[in-house]
Design a protein around this ligand. Sequence first.
Ligand SMILES: Cc1cc2nc3c(=O)[nH]c(=O)nc-3n(C[C@H](O)[C@H](O)[C@H](O)COP(=O)(O)O)c2cc1C
Length: 232
Amino acid sequence: MHRKQFPFRSVAHMPPDCLCVLAHSTCRHVLASFTHQDKEFWMNEIIILGIVGSLRKGSYNHLALKAAQELVPEGAVLNLVELHDIPVYDQDTEMAMPAAVLEFKRRILEADAILFATPEYNYSVSGMLKNAIDWASRPYGASAWTGKPAAMMGASTGNLGSARAQYHLRQILVTLEMPTVNQPEIMICNAEQWFDPDGRLTDALTREQIQALLAALVRIASTRPPGENKAA
Ligand SMILES: Cc1cc2nc3c(=O)[nH]c(=O)nc-3n(C[C@H](O)[C@H](O)[C@H](O)COP(=O)(O)O)c2cc1C
């Protein structure tokens, strides 16, 4: 583990003598001035950003990411990002990027690792996912993706569970220079069968695989120096 360690997981885990020091108003002031990133850095929490390639309400891929949120290893958190506001890529505007794109890039940069959940559209990733990936790779030389560890999974209503889309996505991650988890491969086929009416992923084996995927992703992210995970 190369990341700096704060000796306690959180203020709640600190012994009473430390809390007395924190009770001092100067210390409280200093603590209050910490940004989210400072706290994440000192508390050594791995931030995973979950990106879903479907805008559909009730998306199985979105539901798979919700399941993954329940399965992250201790010391990591999985936050989801919305892509609804990302416009269609236009190279004429990339030097003055739309606010939604800047925010998307910021979310990628602050994360230690990325988890993609991709549907399969005509044997590939969805246009909106590719569009978002393209935006965040620009302008040339300022990609938000470079060096960011990634993992993927996918759900489709077909028999191959997004396998072809995931292999296209792997190809894209090569050019983006993202170290990618190889195994397990999670292809949720006939997706409608595996979620209950409340949208909960019910299949125990798939849940186990998602847990293993996240553990592998966190292993890669936590063995990299902090600067490398967050490089622009
Ligand atoms: C434009 C389009 C193309 C599709 N192509 C495929 C396909 O190639 N293979 C497949 O298994 N499912 C395909 N599907 C079905 C999707 O797997 C299904 O709609 C799935 O629910 C999409 O993921 P989501 O639930 O996260 O929105 C396609 C759906 C759409 C809308």
